[in-house]
Design a protein around this ligand. Structure first.
Ligand SMILES: [Zn+2]
Length: 103
């Protein structure tokens, strides 16, 4: 009987042939999927998947880098700086880097 610790879905079975010719089964823990988080607020980013480039990340500005809340803030701030109703020094330090990239 398989050991209880190897009956978990987090474990996968690997079949290998050893030098003597017989095959053996090994159990190996699956690697955890890396979680992607927002560069500013550190919240977990959703919609990150596998497949084609457009399926892997949200297809918008800062997609896969910033969450939708921080992205909206950066866009609004960068527009204010562009219209000169706000100077770049008045933008919060966290957003400044991204706002500068938008000007
Ligand atoms: Zn965020």
């Amino acid at each position: 009987m398989t050991k209880r610790k190897d009956r978990s879905t987090a474990v996968r079975k690997i079949k290998r042939k050893v030098q003597s010719g017989e095959s053996r089964e090994y159990y190996r823990r699956r690697l955890k999927k890396p979680t992607v988080s927002c560069a500013i607020c550190k919240s977990q980013l959703r919609g990150i998947g596998e497949g084609a480039k457009s399926e892997r990340t949200p297809n918008r500005k800062f997609g896969g880098n910033l969450c939708h809340r921080c992205q909206a803030k950066v866009i609004v701030e960068s527009q204010r700086v562009r219209e000169k109703s706000k100077s770049i020094e008045d933008v919060q330090m966290l957003y400044r880097r991204y706002v500068q990239g938008q000007i």
